[in-house]
Design a binder for this molecule. Sequence first.
Ligand SMILES: C[S@@+](CC[C@H](N)C(=O)[O-])C[C@H]1O[C@@H](n2cnc3c(N)ncnc32)[C@H](O)[C@@H]1O
Length: 308
Amino acid sequence: MPNRSHRNAGHRTMNRLRRDGIAHASERASDAPTRTVHCVLPGIDCVDLLGRLPDASVQLIVCDPPYNLKLAGWDDRSDYVEWAAAWLGECVRVLRPTGSLALFGGLQFQDEAVGGDLHTLLHHVRTTLPLRLVNLIVWHYRNGMSAHRFFANRHEEIAWFAKTRRYTFNLDAVRERYAPDVERAYLRDKRLNPDSVRLGKNPTNVWEIPRLNANAKERVGHPTQKPIALVTRLVRALSNPGDVVLDFFAGSGVTAVTAMREGRHSISGDLDRALTDRLARLREHAAGDDAIAAPVDVTAAIDDVPLD
Ligand SMILES: C[S@@+](CC[C@H](N)C(=O)[O-])C[C@H]1O[C@@H](n2cnc3c(N)ncnc32)[C@H](O)[C@@H]1O
């Protein structure tokens, strides 16, 4: 297959900007703040929370919605698509031009009668909203349930949508180091740039990160809690230090705790009031490995967060 990436308008623009010594918006990094602010709103409906945010004020939305799987009371809706349309439309409004929406889900579950899986939401976004699908990321894990009537599922998806072509993407922040023997061999290869070799490789759109099993130390009692490692890769790649990250289905508070570790500000809300307690326990877990470097302010006032 010939490599036709040079015909891609996006790549050509990036190359031209590099030649001219100008950084593309996706490569611009800001300074890490000395203190980060985290607004936590337990007991709030997602649409109410979104309605309190100004236009174009948020860099990254980490969004892990209920999918009508009847896992809990909040996961059983007869108006699923209309309900999702309300918060998806608001996401477009509150995202900055460089911003992204990371929408978690799976394609393998569906209640035929009312809809309610990632497929339903992808269709809605594609047909009605001005968001650009940049990648469909496959989150692959080796641990999961067994199955006898079909192949046991070992992946979920994350649809990465950008608001505009000027989206932030920090590839260097999430590159994977080569194995030591491979890196040594590549460094001996005169055709390769040693700086690029040392930076590592693009992690691709298939991410192998273990799911949290029932006994994981990170678990704080939420039935669908996502690993910090998974959210960390999204936050590093799709936002810069000092940016604001939003999660209105916050569950365990994993996005807020990741933002604390990564020097981003955050806003988290959930209908479930247990958010406060779970987030505090997850933060304690993360503090145990000294990962939260900068001082952190936790507040209940959106106005305290430095929104654009
Ligand atoms: C799939 S879970 C999110 C899990 C989270 N990503 C984590 O890793 O801990 C969905 C969350 O949405 C919340 N939720 C359901 N309906 C909501 C609504 N209308 N507004 C706000 N939160 C809601 C539920 O309480 C639940 O915690």
